[in-house]
Ligand binder design. Structure first.
Ligand code: ZN
Length: 487
């Protein structure tokens, strides 16, 4: 029997003889903490519990790492041992992949498996173009099947504020709608997530052992925020929710205390909504020109003895980092946060998301910060075109499937204590209006990224490029179809 085209392919796979056909489940024998994972598997397989038939048995092992599992499939049933409920869920997702790939005749086998990196992520920009909750849930299903662990939800930007904040309803009332839209019929839609919808997404993800990390951009990329509360900008406005893409000069006024009051309200509500350990605070692409001519910003610089706009941004970052820590969370941000004040040792709790070149990685690692890899020049930007074809859709550069599969994982830390805790694929949506267009951009490249951070250096492009041909079949099971670009 042909080895199944599993993605990510397990660390150890040994074929047995015979097949298991699951038309029902005769018995489930698992500890209380694994019940939810077993129930989800039965639901996802569209089968029922029956009076006789194959068994599912599960157990926990304190010798195993959190996401590690071993799995045995025989003609009589499925047994798995795991380090936690997440590991047991992964074991059952391996079985579900085999079932989809084999048309229900699951090959008997033994599998031992565990990921190399804890952060195996996907970022979705829901600001440039809004993506509905129903679509996000389908993506979470696909992420679960590919054993991804983090959904990084980009919720605020120049082109829209997408998260309801009860203490500042103007943020969504004014900040979520724009005057013009590439696709005018979409202008009347509600363009933000209510807190109830966010709780629903978080709970759906949590059931699939996916952590949802929210991103609130500051101090740049804030046109939508300034449109809602103009006094937070250096000039006082008026401002408009952006209909163009790019980097814009109007950013938060660092010298205005009201900025910190509003952000404190926002981060308090965000920290209550998302159980994740992490909150992403943006920090990228912030022009400094407004600060130079702002009396409030200049007064702050004088008072605090800050000599450059970089130091002013670092002052802001420190206050936001302290705010996140106060709410019991760990801050993460784009690599400019490290670059605004590289000579100062960064807070060791801050995790830097590396989106630019390898030089930035070395300087961040040597300062002792943990890193998440998301390099635009190294396979992580899956909004870029997939081929050189002039009619290929996508933004800016080219990220081929092989680029995504070949991401660099080893960096020189120059004696620093920082480490790479994982990586992710980023989908910016400036040029992506609809979910189906998003699906075309996300896959197959996200499958490559899932395997990179699951298997680490132990990966094989020619083997993957053969297995990935079966990806449309796997995704069809999640009702995700979009004419994939499989080379
Ligand atoms: Zn100012």
């Amino acid at each position: 029997m042909k080895t199944p085209s599993l993605i990510p392919f397990p660390k150890e796979y040994r074929a047995g003889t015979g097949t298991l056909v699951l038309t029902g489940i005769g018995s489930v024998s698992v500890p209380e903490s694994l019940t939810d994972a077993a129930e989800l598997f039965i639901r996802n397989m569209h089968i029922a519990k029956t009076s006789s038939g194959p068994f599912i048995s599960g157990s926990l092992s304190s010798d195993m790492k959190k996401e590690e599992y071993s799995l045995s499939v025989t003609e009589d049933g499925i047994s798995a041992e795991a380090g936690s409920a997440a590991g047991f869920h992964h074991a059952l997702e391996t079985v579900r992949q085999m079932s989809i790939l084999s048309g229900g005749k699951i090959p008997c086998c033994k599998v031992s498996d565990s990921p190399e990196y804890g952060w195996r992520g996907f970022m979705l920009d829901c600001c440039r173009h809004f993506m509905p909750v129903g679509y996000i849930k389908k993506l979470l299903d696909a992420m679960s099947l590919l054993k991804l662990s983090v959904f990084h939800w980009h919720l605020t930007d120049d082109q829209g504020w997408r998260i309801e904040i009860k203490s500042h309803p103007e943020l969504t009332e004014k900040g979520s709608l724009r005057k013009r839209h590439t696709c005018p019929e979409r202008m009347t839609e509600r363009k933000y997530y209510t807190q109830e919808e966010i709780r629903d997404v978080v709970s759906y993800a949590s059931e699939r052992h996916i952590d949802v990390v929210p991103e609130i951009e500051c101090p740049g990329h804030v046109s939508a925020l300034l449109t809602a509360i103009p006094e937070l900008g250096c000039t006082g406005g008026p401002y408009e929710v952006e209909t163009r893409t790019g980097i814009f000069p109007d950013v938060l006024c660092i010298g205005n205390e009201k900025v910190y009051d509003v952000l404190d309200d926002v981060f308090r509500e965000v920290s209550q909504l998302f159980p994740s350990e992490f909150i992403h605070i943006g920090g990228d692409e912030c022009p400094h020109e407004r600060w130079d001519s702002c009396p409030k910003c200049r007064a702050l610089m004088k008072r605090e003895g800050l000599s450059s706009p970089q130091e002013l941004q670092w002052y802001f970052s420190r206050r936001i980092i302290e705010m996140i820590i106060k709410y019991g969370k760990r801050p993460t941000g784009w690599d400019e946060i490290a670059n605004t004040y590289p000579e100062r040792t960064l807070d060791s709790g801050l995790v830097i998301m590396l989106w630019r070149g390898p030089e930035v990685a070395s300087s961040v690692l040597s300062s002792g910060n943990d890193i998440i890899l998301a390099r635009s020049d190294d396979g992580a930007y899956i909004d870029y075109r997939q081929t050189e074809d002039e009619y290929e859709p996508g933004n800016l550069g080219i990220t081929t499937l092989k680029d995504s599969y070949s991401s660099q994982l080893q960096y020189d830390s120059r004696g620093g204590k920082g480490r790479i805790i994982g990586g992710q694929g980023n989908l910016w949506t400036e040029k992506i209006l609809f979910p189906k267009s998003a699906t075309y951009m996300i896959f197959p490249r996200l499958a490559a990224i899932a395997e990179v951070y699951w298997r680490g250096e132990n990966r094989d492009w020619s083997d993957f490029s053969d297995r990935v041909k079966a990806l449309p079949l796997l995704l069809a099971a999640e009702e995700l179809e979009a004419g994939f670009n499989i080379p």
